[in-house]
Write a protein that binds this ligand. Structure first.
Ligand SMILES: [Zn+2]
Length: 68
């Protein structure tokens, strides 16, 4: 599974079979519909949250370095 961020709260997850799922953490939606239908995080959303968290941590770190 490959994941890419398109913004700080949207991403896409590409599975091994080339299925692409677009996730919006802001809207709470995923193309698999499990996320918005059940309000249960699907694997795609969890993957997306993981990379968003890593992205924000890296961004905050870079910001601190710049402003130090
Ligand atoms: Zn999903």
């Amino acid at each position: 599974m490959t994941a890419q961020l398109s913004s700080s709260d949207e991403g896409r997850v590409i599975q091994a079979n080339n299925d692409i799922y677009i996730i919006s953490l802001r809207d709470g939606t995923c193309f698999c519909r499990q996320y918005q239908a059940n309000s249960i995080l699907c694997g795609h959303a969890i993957t997306c949250i993981f990379i968003v968290t890593a992205y924000r941590a890296a961004r905050d770190k870079a910001y601190k370095l710049r402003s130090a």
